[in-house]
Design a protein around this ligand. Structure first.
Ligand SMILES: [Zn+2]
Length: 220
């Protein structure tokens, strides 16, 4: 039995849910943060700019071509449109992207540190250490190119002096990655006060990271 691909309506509903969960779980404040997802026909749905998540409806979402031409919607797309579209164009196996201002990850972002893959679960769902970008200004193509370049075979990137970028197959996957990277950033921050961190043995980390890559691309 094969599971049918989700319909455009299902993807939009899941995107909206993930956006509201992003706010509810404290990954952003106010109208900050944004998401995008690829529709079955290759178009991309994005969250709008500056709309309250609590009252956001599917009609507020914006549908674009992969190159950014707006096709549907009465709102302006997120100011990070280039960021989401560049990543989705670069990695055709990814179906959804999310950007948020997770608090503990942003502590790594302002000290320009990667979030290390120090728990097995992190390797499985994120694919290894999460790099921190060089600084690029919000909303620019330069930021989009920097994030897309750093993402590579991982599910997330720390954005210097800004926040977190995550990706997955579906919006719910990108949300899960964001929660896991934020949780791990908090754990690492706290653990450093207890003493030196001992990482997952290298061969074990590599094995679990290969599970992530297989899930993403279908090959080890
Ligand atoms: Zn932001």
């Amino acid at each position: 039995m094969t599971i049918p691909d989700p319909s455009p309506e299902e993807i939009k509903t899941e995107l909206l849910w993930a956006a509201q969960e992003m706010l509810r779980t404290g990954l952003v404040e106010g109208t900050a943060g944004n998401l995008a997802a690829r529709l079955p026909d290759g178009r991309v749905v994005l969250t709008p700019s500056s709309v309250d998540y609590a009252t956001m409806t599917p009609e507020d979402l914006v549908v674009c071509t992969p190159d950014g031409e707006v096709l549907e919607g009465h709102r302006s797309p997120t100011t990070e449109k280039a960021l989401h579209l560049t990543v989705l164009r670069t990695y055709p196996e990814l179906g959804a992207t999310m950007h948020c201002h997770a608090k503990h990850v942003t502590m790594f972002a302002i000290t320009r540190q990667p979030v290390p893959a120090v728990v097995e679960e992190f390797d499985v769902y994120v694919g290894g250490d999460v790099a921190c970008t060089d600084y690029r200004e919000t909303g620019t193509q330069e930021l989009a190119d920097e994030v897309a370049g750093r993402l590579a075979d991982r599910a997330a990137v720390v954005m210097a002096n800004h926040g977190l970028f995550c990706a997955g197959r579906r919006p719910r996957d990108a949300l899960h990655v964001a929660a896991l990277v934020e949780r791990t950033a908090e754990i690492v921050w706290g653990a450093r006060m207890l003493g030196p961190i001992v990482g997952v043995p290298e061969d074990i980390g590599a094995k679990y990271a290969s599970f992530y890559r297989f899930g993403r691309t279908g090959s080890f």
